[in-house]
Design a protein around this ligand. Sequence first.
Ligand code: FCB
Length: 441
Amino acid sequence: MSAFPPGFLWGAATSAYQVEGAVAEDGRAPSIWDTFAGSGEVACDHYHRWPADADLMAGLGMNAYRFSLAWPRIVPGGTGAVNPAGLAHYDRMIDGLLERGVTPVPTLYHWDLPQALQDRGGWTARATADAFADYTDVCLAAFGDRVGTWLTVNEPWVVSVLGYRLGLHAPGERDLRTSVLVAHHLLLAHGLAMSRIRARRPEARAGIPLSLFPTYPATPADAAASWASDGYTNRWFLDPVLRGEYPADTSSLFERLVGPLDWVRPGDLEIIGARPDLIGVNYYTRRLVAAAPQDGLPWRVLPAQEGVPVTDSGWEDVPFAFEDLLTRLHRDYDVPLLITENGGVWNAGPDADGRVRDTGRTLALHRHLLALTRAMDAGARVLGYLHWSLLDNLEWAEGYGQRFGLIHVDRSTQTRRVKDSARYYARVIAAGAVVEPGAEA
Ligand code: FCB
C-alpha cells in the first residue's frame, strides 16, 4: 500500500495494574483488582523499571506508548485528596517518554477502580462517573500541557460483562441487569470526561477504547442472531458514543430481559454522544454466532472452528475480521480510528541462545498489518497502531501464563528480552511499510 500517513503512531500498549507492581508504594491505595486477584504486587516492576522499558521502546523505533494512569495512585480515595507522589511518578514518566521521542498516550481508566469507590457502590453508583470526571480534571491539570491524546474508559463491554454478568473480572458480580446499568455509568463517565477534556484542553484529541468483535453468522439462518449479538457487544457502545442513541433492537432485548432501563436520565445521551475525536479499536478475534439461546441470551457464541488457526490461548487468529471491522467502522460511523490494542498469546520463551523465536506473533503481526493497510486503502482513517502488549504481563484473572508481549519478561529475574516479533516490528516501523518477515520467522 501507499505509505502510512505522516504522524502515524507506532508503538505498544500496557495498563497500570498489569505491569506496574509497587501496589503499596508512594501512597497508592488498593483497587478492586487488588481485592479480586491480588496478583499485581510485582507484575513487571514497570513502576521502577519504566526508564529501561522506555529505552527499549525507543530502541525499537516506537514513537508512541499507550499506558494507563492509576486512579488509586492519583486520587487514592477515589474522590477528594490528590496524592502528589502519584502525580509525580507519571510526571517523570511522561517527561521521560517525551525525551526519548515517544508520544505518551494515557488511558485514564483501565479497570483499577479505587476500592474506596467500590465500597460506595463502584460502577453501580452514578456518583462514580462524577468522581471519574473530577479525577480526569486532576490528570488534565497535571499532564495536559504535554499530553495531546487521551483515552477515557477502557472497554466498557468487558468491564460490564466480565465484571458484572459473568463474574470473571473484578468485582466478580453475576447479574445482567447490574451489568447493563454499569455499562451506562461507564459510558456516562466517558462522556463526562470528554467534556472536561474539551473544556480544559480544546486542542487535545480524545476518545474511548472499545473491545470490538466482528460478529458473523454461523449459517445464513443465523444472521438475525448474529446482528443481535453484534448489538450486545459492539453497537451498544458505538451507537451511543457516535450517534447519541442506544440501538433500538438491543434496548428492546434488554428491556425484555431486565425491565426498564430507568437509570438513563434525560440529557445523558447528549453527554455520551458528544462526538469524540477518535475511537480506540481493541481487536483480537471474531465471534461466530448461532441462533440458540445460551446463558439467558438468545444466541450462542461458537468455539474456535476446526481448521481455523488459533493463538496459544485458543482465540481464532483471523486477520480478515480485523479488516472487516475497520472498513465497517469507517462505513457505518466515519470516525478516525486509533488501534489501541491488537495482538495475541504466543508463549514462546528463550531458547538456549537467549533468543525468543515467537514466530506465531511475527506472522500474525504481519498479516494484521496487511489487513490494516487494506482497510486504510479502502478509506479507513487510522491514526496509529499500538500493539498489545509491550511486555509479557499480568493477564487479569488468567495470571502470568499468557504471554502477549513483544518483549519477554522473566518473572523471577525481571530480565527483558526483545523477541523476534519486536525485531520484525522495528523493521516495519523503520521502513514505514509492512515489510515481509525474514529472519524473524
Ligand atoms: C483487553 C484488555 C487488556 C488485555 C488484553 C489481552 O481486553 O484491555 O488489558 O488484557 O485484553
